[in-house]
Design a protein around this ligand. Structure first.
Ligand SMILES: [Zn+2]
Length: 312
């Protein structure tokens, strides 16, 4: 189970300033971010490549960084590197070009493009040639430069002021996350990450296979990511995947698409005290996304809607 981590406040503030300037320069007005406007502003070019059409990849490259490491000492054909390392997105600084793998699901293109745009604008990323695979494009990646590109990508696609205003108009749940995702034009997965990492309250986001069908794929991690808000990190630093799975199995429907239901579940904090959380899950058919909102300590009085069964 991978867990999120937070960049230092200094790094975040440096990235925030650069991204805010982009928002100002494109005259952002609370709508969906149009990445083609951002590319035009930054004079970036976008190309898609695929195994069938690799004409854009047939060039010799000299320096190439993947996951913050220089991977090439000698010139090599870009298409060979892309294939060998399963790269899904690239930034080529001398061409001012972003390249995306056309075979990836379209919902991932926007996130990947945003990640590469951030590589191109952070001055300390130093105009290096970046290649990204699924691991470095994941918001859970904790390699410093990649985590910075992911953080900046989130800032770019979910402008903070607008995002927090939109979030505050909802009671947090997966239904709300789906509405926010469509309102801001971003994928549901990136929206859940952003909600959990941006909100002040104790919140958990859980991404992984369907909790009722874990026995069908025992080789998979039962939870792929556990995302904790800053407030949750301090109190729930030691949550186990067994506790989270057991909570989700108590209410999740066995269907494989759409809302899987919700339930109030108990999780112990780092000192062993029981807390109530409202869990809510949604299956996008590939994975199950869950938001868990803290309601309070179990020993204290907690207001729970009368139609919700408290699983204690
Ligand atoms: Zn990257």
């Amino acid at each position: 189970m991978e867990k999120n981590f937070f960049l230092s406040d200094g790094t975040k503030s440096s990235i925030d300033k650069i991204v805010s300037k982009i928002h100002r320069d494109i005259d952002y007005q609370n709508s969906v971010i149009d990445l083609s406007e951002v590319r035009e502003l930054l004079r970036l070019d976008l190309k898609y490549y695929s195994s069938e059409n690799d004409s854009y990849l047939s060039e010799v490259i000299h320096k190439f960084y993947v996951g913050g490491q220089r991977v090439l000492e000698n010139p090599a054909l870009l298409k060979d590197v892309v294939t060998k390392m399963s790269l899904k997105a690239l930034f080529l600084p001398d061409r001012r070009r972003i390249m995306l793998d056309a075979s990836l699901h379209k919902s991932k293109h926007r996130w990947n493009e945003s990640h590469e745009i951030i590589h191109s604008v952070l001055p300390w990323h130093d105009s290096l040639m970046y290649g990204d695979h699924i691991g470095t494009l994941s918001k859970g990646c904790n390699i410093q430069l990649e985590a910075e590109a992911n953080y900046g990508g989130g800032e770019l696609l979910f402008p903070r002021k607008t995002f927090l205003e939109v979030v505050s108009s909802f009671e947090l749940s997966m239904t709300a996350a789906r509405k926010i995702s469509s309102q801001m034009g971003n994928s549901l997965t990136s929206t859940v990450w952003r909600i959990v990492e941006s909100c002040d309250q104790v919140l958990l986001g859980i991404i992984g296979p369907h909790p009722q069908y874990l026995h069908l794929a025992p080789e998979k991690e039962p939870i792929r990511y556990l995302i904790r808000s800053k407030a949750a990190l301090n109190t729930f630093g030691t949550l186990s995947s067994e506790a989270l799975i057991s909570a989700m199995q108590s209410y999740c429907a066995h269907k494989t698409r759409g809302p899987l239901g919700d339930g109030v579940c108990v999780l112990a904090d780092d000192l062993g005290a029981d807390h109530l959380f409202r869990f809510d899950s949604f299956s996008n058919t590939h994975e199950v996304l869950t938001l868990a909102v803290h309601l309070g300590e179990r020993s204290k009085s907690v207001v729970v809607a009368s139609d919700v069964e408290v699983a204690v």
